[in-house]
Design a protein around this ligand. Structure first.
Ligand code: SF4
Length: 209
């Protein structure tokens, strides 16, 4: 297998100063933004949350607003019914079980409706500076497979594979680097292998066109 550390070094050089693209100012906003980002671009989520976070400032705002109204407010992020339902339910749970605070452990976050490891990893690192795993989104899933870093397609198994070979210091940045790389170069439909800094290390280079 190609050296994953070499890949990370090349990507860091290519995308210096990468950071999370979602806009948020506290753990609750990051949690909501991450839930909204499922099957939606970060840019679109930021458009929606610009107004959403002005209207919904506390958990009570999400709880008291009728589901249909919340659905309208998040409509353009897609899957709005399910997202609205999860947001309302998790708001109640946070009030009743977590002292109205977003918890800062993986175990607790995973008890919230609509929160799987990807979302929990993003919230833990972005809001609390805690690195417990590697967030596997659609870009990480696709590119890790293309690079030959995993043979799995299930996000939790991919995460385990990656955690074995990537130094813990880089768990956080690895996701951000692959998201950038996926948007700019290693596109889902037509990867630009000729322009890719990883093309000498990638097992799929020039085979997907
Ligand atoms: S060489 Fe091609 S397939 Fe491999 S990471 Fe780069 S763009 Fe993606």
């Amino acid at each position: 297998m190609a050296d994953v550390n070499e890949m990370i070094t090349l990507l860091k050089k290519e995308y210096p100063g990468v950071k999370i693209a979602l806009h948020y100012s506290d753990p609750l906003e990051l949690l909501i933004a991450t839930i909204l980002s499922a099957q939606c671009t970060d840019k679109q989520v930021n458009e929606v949350t610009k107004n959403l976070f002005k209207k919904y400032r506390t958990l009570q705002d999400y709880i008291k607003t009728p589901q249909e109204e919340l659905e309208k407010d998040i409509y353009s992020t897609g899957f709005y019914r399910n997202k609205a339902k999860n947001i309302k339910e998790l708001s109640k749970l946070l009030v009743n079980e977590f002292d109205s605070k977003v918890p800062d452990t993986m175990e607790a976050l995973l008890t919230l409706p609509g929160v799987a490891r990807k979302t929990a990893n993003i919230v833990l690192s972005g809001a609390f500076g805690k690195i417990d795993g590697i967030a596997v989104d659609t870009h990480v899933k696709r590119i890790a497979f293309r690079l030959g870093l995993t043979a799995n397609t299930n996000p939790e198994k991919i995460e385990k594979d990656l955690m074995k070979i990537i130094p813990k210091n880089d768990w956080d940045i690895f996701t951000l680097l692959l998201i950038h790389h996926g948007r700019k170069v290693c596109n889902a439909r037509k990867p630009l292998c000729g322009e890719c800094v990883l093309n000498k290390l990638c097992k799929s280079a020039f085979t997907l066109g």
